[in-house]
Design a protein. Structure first.
Length: 383
């Protein structure tokens, strides 16, 4: 059972990210792990983060939705967590997957403000309405995870609205995210040169964090500051361009990935390259036979997404996302094409890649739980 729980924690690790392009909501980890009413278990449990992430995935009708977790430093030595859980959170902190702070204050709200994300929280923030007008103006920007029949559900918390809703990045967020920043503290996992990683375990091992995926600085007296170290940040030039693409299999977005000009991304059944997108887990036998290990390669060049077929069987382009067969343009092996805004690449019927906003979820949504590895008994640990 210990082994199973480790697997769940690994799966949850794939859903925590400080990458502004991938995170879909903000949580305060110290708060979430103490939602004891979600499972009636121990006073604190890291598995509750997985339950909340699952609830978010169900609401957004999308798999693999990462959350931006702000973590109080005291959590790294919280005796209510198991030693294994503490070790896992420390690893996330070292890898820059979560933001560890001595005194988080209203940082979760600041991140939500800068990135335009919803906040999953039960905490009232009445005193901060003046600073963050969207707290009341935009229903769904703050929702409370509460127990529901099939796991946590969200309740209107501030301003009404039960569904976590994203807003626009604030003007300060747009400004901060147009530059790359450098923390003077050596080895800063958030805004330093090393550490960091993407939203997924396979990407998290790439090594250096791409400057395109840097978390937003905090603003202190109007100056960009490292949220972890409280030091003023150096401006390291314009942030590199990036584009977010999504894989849709069987009508459901299974995961998003970020394309930068530094690194092309391979997508296929089981591409043998770090940072690649592996589709195998979502494919049936026929699709698995048709789709090559590496099937298509995406590159970002001067802001344009270029797709190249590197497969044996070829692909197709669906211009403007049209599902009419007559519109489908074949993409032969070794052929390249610019992927226009609403275009999709189709590797096999039902297996498409395009920009997430252009890939509506079909009627047959079947969420893949981040807790899939958790046996029921893991959720009923002895008190
Ligand atoms: Zn720092």
């Amino acid at each position: 059972m210990r082994f199973e729980i480790s697997k769940v924690l690994d799966a949850i690790e794939g859903r925590v990210s400080t990458d502004p392009s991938l995170a879909r909501a903000v949580v305060d980890l110290a708060e979430v792990i103490r939602y004891q009413d979600l499972d009636g278990g121990r006073p604190a449990s890291l598995l509750r983060l997985g339950m909340v992430i699952d609830a978010l995935a169900r609401e957004l009708e999308e798999d693999s939705v990462p959350v931006y977790a702000v973590v109080h430093r005291a959590l790294l030595s919280d005796a209510d967590l198991t030693s294994n859980e503490r070790m896992v959170v420390r690893r996330w902190a070292d890898d820059g997957l979560v933001e560890v702070l001595d005194n988080p204050g209203d940082r979760a709200l600041e991140v939500a403000d800068l990135l335009g994300l919803p906040v999953l929280s039960r905490v009232r923030a009445d005193g901060l309405r003046g600073r963050y007008p969207w707290l009341v103006e935009q229903p769904g920007r703050v929702v409370a995870p509460v127990p529901g029949a099939g796991g946590p559900v969200f309740l209107a918390h501030v301003g009404g609205g039960h569904t976590p809703v994203a807003g626009a990045r604030s003007p300060a967020g747009v400004r901060l995210l147009s530059r790359q920043w450098r923390c003077p503290e050596p080895g800063c996992a958030l805004l330093g040169g090393g550490g960091g990683g993407g939203a997924f375990a396979d990407l998290a091992r790439v090594g250096e964090r791409s400057p395109a995926g840097q978390p937003p600085p905090t603003l202190r007296g109007g100056a960009p500051t490292c949220p972890r170290h409280g030091t003023r940040l150096g401006d390291a030039g314009p942030r590199p361009r990036s584009a977010v693409l999504a894989v849709r299999v069987g009508g459901v977005i299974r995961r998003r990935f970020v394309l930068t000009e530094e690194q092309p991304v391979l997508v296929g059944r089981a591409p043998d390259q770090s940072g690649a997108v592996v589709l195998g887990q979502w494919l049936n036998d026929e699709a698995r036979r048709w789709i090559s290990r590496s099937h298509v390669r995406f590159e970002l060049r001067v802001g344009e997404v270029i797709v190249t077929d590197v497969s044996t069987n070829g692909s197709g382009i669906r211009p403007g996302g049209s599902m009419t067969e007559a519109d489908r343009v074949p993409l032969s092996p070794q052929q390249s094409r610019v992927l226009a805004e609403a275009d999709m690449v189709e590797l096999y019927p039902g297996v498409q890649i395009g920009r997430p906003d252009e890939l509506p979820t079909g009627a047959s949504y079947t969420p893949t739980s981040v807790m899939a590895e958790a046996p029921t008994m893991a959720m009923r640990l002895p008190r």
